[in-house]
Design a protein around this ligand. Structure first.
Ligand SMILES: *Cc1c(COP(=O)(O)O)cnc(C)c1O
Length: 397
């Protein structure tokens, strides 16, 4: 086991920024009030909540009342997709949903729920081989009974950035609201909801150096939304439950910091990422890059290595101190290839031969050098094992 840890899994989660922790601490200690209480402790908590809402609204370019605090990305997405679709259906006959084929499972499974429990019809928008949604495909999929469109801003596995403003304009023309899962975009891409032409936008703090378990849903004023958690009147009756005050303070601090760091961080990360991609493609024969090379998050490198299991490579990388990830999920003992990579047209074997590296603020040049030294021999080792296994196979059979 290597002593060294090189964390290249920022798309899964990011470390908490010490400045964010510092902003949160008073609300985990002396300011413990419930924001709904009228006494001084409650008022202090409510003030913190108001300030955080103002900070978030500033980054999104929206009004404070359009900001809903939630328990994270999955909750924001569920509130948007189910809440908007069910509200639209209650108001009319709309029972059709359009989502891209490469959405996060939070969107895809919320869509399946609407289909199975509420009789919705769901159209999956295909993507091209780089992972991009074509605006004309959206135009063709829209129907008079479409309740909602949901297309992610940037993909978590392959980093592809979608033309959200263009898709937003098409939705507006058709009078259909658009939700975007912007979880991977925060701190990297502009989040101005007017420029993006979206009606709902989801964020989660732990993807931009904030705490886990706290998120935001932006919901445009007047956009239909049925609450998915019932109870008290918090968040203007759109999300019941005592607010996670410290978490919300942390989210707002993290988002403000992320926005400040964004231009410089983007450049720095893109340079490191290009070095990683070029270095791996040059050093490892039969390797390839998944996803569009240009319309891509600056920190994402999703690479495939013919003839190996990505999961095996991840274990060897971990022993060498490198933390990376794959889109595959292990369901009942067998490896399910990533739905995102399959949607690009990859075979199940090629999908399972892929590994995602996602960079973040803490990554330095020397880390990339170490990966470029470490990775090629590990791939060669795995391929040698596979070749030996193939030789032995006739004997075993
Ligand atoms: C991480 C992630 C989510 C889920 O966010 P949680 O806060 O973990 O629930 C949703 N969408 C994308 C694109 C993500 O990367």
């Amino acid at each position: 086991m290597s002593e060294r840890t090189i964390y290249l899994d920022h798309a899964a989660t990011t470390p908490l920024d010490p400045r964010v922790l510092e902003a949160m601490l008073p609300y985990l200690t002396e300011h413990y009030g419930n924001p709904s209480s009228i006494h001084r402790q409650g008022r202090a908590a409510l003030q913190a909540l108001d300030d955080a809402r103002e900070q978030v609204a500033l980054v999104l370019g929206c009004s404070r009342r359009e900001v809903i605090f939630t328990g994270g990305g999955s909750e924001s997405i569920n509130l948007a997709v189910k809440g908007a679709a069910l509200a639209r259906r209650a108001a009319g006959a709309q029972a059709h949903l359009i989502v891209s084929a490469i959405e996060h499972h939070a969107v895809l499974h919320a869509g399946e729920y609407l289909q199975q429990q509420h009789g919705f019809e769901v159209t999956l928008l295909p993507v091209d081989e780089g992972g991009l949604v074509r605006p004309d495909h959206l135009r063709a999929a829209l129907r008079p009974d479409t309740a909602l469109v949901s297309v992610m801003y940037a993909n978590n596995e392959i980093g592809t950035i979608q033309p959200i403003a263009e898709l937003g304009a098409i939705c507006r023309e058709a009078g259909v609201p658009l939700h975007t899962d912007a979880v991977q975009a925060a701190g990297v891409l502009p989040l101005d909801v007017e420029a993006l032409k979206v009606d709902y936008l989801s964020l989660t703090a732990h993807k931009f150096y904030g705490p886990k378990g706290v998120g935001v849903l932006y919901a445009r004023r007047g956009a239909p939304l049925l609450p998915q958690i019932n109870g008290g009147a918090q968040e203007r009756r759109r999300r019941a439950g005592t607010e996670n005050v410290a978490g919300i303070v942390g989210l707002a601090a993290a988002l403000t910091l992320a926005e400040e760091r964004r231009p410089a961080a983007m450049e720095r990360m893109r340079t490191l990422r290009e070095r990683l991609i070029d270095g791996v493609l040059a050093a490892v024969p039969d390797s390839w890059l998944n996803g569009d090379r240009v319309q891509r998050l600056p920190g994402n490198a999703n690479l495939g290595f013919a003839g190996i299991e990505g999961e095996s490579l991840l274990l060897l990388l971990d022993q060498a101190g490198i933390c990376a990830s794959s889109g595959s999920a292990c369901t009942s003992g067998s490896l399910e290839p990533s739905h995102v990579l399959l949607a690009l047209g990859l075979s199940p074997a090629a999908a399972n031969a892929s590994v995602r590296f996602s960079l973040g603020h803490g990554v330095i040049e020397a880390d990339i050098t170490y990966v470029l030294e470490t990775l090629p021999p590990l791939v060669a080792r795995l391929r040698a094992v596979v070749a030996q296994g193939a030789e032995r196979e006739p004997i075993a059979a």
